[in-house]
Design a protein around this ligand. Structure first.
Ligand code: OAD
Length: 244
């Protein structure tokens, strides 16, 4: 599977999307029963939607937060395999997730960035300070810095806003030997273009997904993340150890 690698990789960038958390019980965005099938995106995931109806937006993310904090949702074998790989690999490793859940952290991942924000954080619209939140966020929740109601919003990147950590991500993409995309449909820019940036930097690009997405990676492997990810990263670690 990783035979096309010429030498031992020293630097990896991994991109994950909703598919990696699907087997943990969190709906993807674009599948049948996906979140965007049930909700008009412009109402719940744009700054304009929030201005029009903040209560609806608060409730949409409150439901996602409650779901994540329920006993039913736990990291699966794919999250665990990535954390294990990171601890055993002695090259450079950056995990970029589009997911707003905390399943990578719970599995033990460390060098991780949430490019689309985090459901367990809220942000003051005046100061831009970010705070942890586990309970419901409602219009009357008092901001911890300015003490006013109505100033807090979910710390989520909405359509039309700029994703977080882009300098760090681009720098890692420009210097990686392997780029692996896991469980993302490739519908949302700029994440959909990461494999091209990595290719320009001569990285080997790999897609692990349940099904074909239409993006041209060097290698495509299809199946459920809970099976593919442990298998792929265990093989990669073995190949690194053999070369060294
Ligand atoms: P999507 O819902 O667009 O795509 C999920 C992908 O996961 C699809 O390609 C599925 O084939 C794949 N998939 C589903 N189950 C899987 C499994 N068990 N194993 C492996 N793959 C599986 O979700 P994303 O690509 O993550 O942004 O969506 C990107 C962004 O669009 C999200 O971060 C979100 C959304 O708008 C914001 O909210 C800002």
């Amino acid at each position: 599977m990783i035979s096309s690698m010429q030498s031992s990789p020293r630097s990896l960038v991994i991109l994950t999307g909703a598919g990696i958390s699907a087997e943990s019980g969190i709906n993807t965005f674009r599948g049948a029963d996906g979140l965007w099938e049930n909700h008009p995106v412009e109402e719940v995931a744009t700054p304009e939607g929030f201005e029009r109806n903040p209560q609806l937006v608060y409730e949409f993310y409150n439901q996602r937060r409650r779901e994540l904090l329920s006993d039913k949702v736990k990291p699966n074998a794919a999250h665990t395999a990535l954390a294990k790989f990171e601890h055993q690999f002695d090259g450079s490793f950056l995990l970029v997730t589009q997911n707003i859940d905390n399943l990578h952290e719970r599995a033990g991942s460390q060098n991780l960035v949430h490019m689309h924000g985090e459901i367990l954080k809220m942000r003051c619209r005046n100061s831009h300070l970010v705070f942890d939140i586990r309970e419901d966020l409602v219009f009357d929740t008092q901001c911890r810095c300015c003490r006013s109601p109505g100033n807090l919003r979910p710390h989520i990147v909405w359509f039309g806003e700029i994703p977080l950590h882009m300098n760090k991500i681009n720098q890692a993409l420009e210097n990686c030997d392997i780029f692996v995309s896991i469980g993302t449909s490739g519908n949302v820019y700029p994440a959909s273009g990461f494999y091209q940036t990595a290719k320009i930097s001569r990285a080997h690009t790999v897609e692990l997904n349940l099904e074909q997405t239409g993006s041209s990676f060097d290698e495509h492997i299809y199946g459920p993340a809970s099976e593919l990810v442990p298998f792929y990263f265990e093989s990669l670690l073995e190949s690194v150890e053999q070369v060294e």
